[in-house]
Design a protein around this ligand. Sequence first.
Ligand SMILES: *[C@@H]1O[C@H](CO)[C@@H](O)[C@H](O)[C@H]1NC(C)=O
Ligand SMILES: *[C@@H]1O[C@H](CO)[C@@H](O)[C@H](O)[C@H]1NC(C)=O
Ligand SMILES: *[C@@H]1O[C@H](CO)[C@@H](O)[C@H](O)[C@H]1NC(C)=O
Ligand SMILES: *[C@@H]1O[C@H](CO)[C@@H](O)[C@H](O)[C@H]1NC(C)=O
Length: 291
Amino acid sequence: MASLRTFLAALVIVAVAFDPSSVNAKFSKSMSFYWGAGNSSILGEGDDLQLVLDRKSGSGVKSKRAFLFGSFQVLLKLVPGNSAGTVTTYYVSSSGERHDEIDFEFLGNTSGQPYTIHTNIYTQGNGTREQQFRPWFDPTADYHNYTIHWNPSEVVWYIDNVPIRVFRNYNKEGIAYPDKQGMRAYSSLWNADNWATQGGRVKIDWTVAPFIARYRNFRARACKWDGPVSINQCASNTPANWWTAPAYSKLSSAQLGKMKWVRDNYMIYNYCADTKRFKGQVPPECFKAQF
Ligand SMILES: *[C@@H]1O[C@H](CO)[C@@H](O)[C@H](O)[C@H]1NC(C)=O
Ligand SMILES: *[C@@H]1O[C@H](CO)[C@@H](O)[C@H](O)[C@H]1NC(C)=O
Ligand SMILES: *[C@@H]1O[C@H](CO)[C@@H](O)[C@H](O)[C@H]1NC(C)=O
Ligand SMILES: *[C@@H]1O[C@H](CO)[C@@H](O)[C@H](O)[C@H]1NC(C)=O
């Protein structure tokens, strides 16, 4: 029995070592603190992370390398109880003025009131594409899987394998798509009580600090990026260019059904419906199929 277990463990190690498309993704190997390391920590075998916000500071980590296309998974358990004024983030972003970025942000709330799951995408420095959702579960009771899937055809935001939003590549029709700049993965926890909760009306209650967000199993199954390269060059860095495979470029009808369920029942803001904000001219991708 023991030898079988040893054998299986060895198999797992071999499989991990030979997976060309993923970095060794433990937080301890693949990420580092860029802000507020003081009270935050990487725990366990290096696969757990806890970000802390107290009166002195929030905190954040980022991946050591950049990627062009991939699937960025993290399991995340949000700040419980009175989290009003806090924002927890998980996103990928390039740098510079005309940067690209794909976001998950979690806006805290007073005890018993629901979090807001905020999503956005920036292309060439331009965001203004927010969509917000209510969780259909308690995001503070347990870990949930938040995955940003980004390939040459589309970006998909997933929660527990349910796609909640798609941004397709309509570059040929003049709509900017993030396909030229490498992005790093980031997570942070910060004080945003000037706007986050009920429009900034509810402030952080420091008497219940420290606020702690717990993360585990960050996995960047992604194409490593070391500077400007074409899509094909990047794909050829990794023999198994699974992210361009049809299965990852088109959602199944079962997935589409789940996405519709979330959007029909849990979407609370959609920039495409905000004609007032855009003075009647919502962005062009709003008229394109997004699935
Ligand atoms: C954060 O670190 C400071 C300095 O080490 C310490 O005084 C404080 O108690 C810590 N806070 C928490 C919540 O651990
Ligand atoms: C997390 O979700 C992504 C997207 O659905 C999926 O590929 C991945 O296998 C999931 N991870 C876990 C641990 O369930
Ligand atoms: C907090 O709860 C209130 C009341 O249910 C709700 O209006 C608000 O959208 C929730 N989320 C945030 C981030 O304020
Ligand atoms: C950003 O995108 C919005 C929506 O498409 C557009 O109205 C705005 O002019 C763009 N801003 C810039 C600086 O390109």
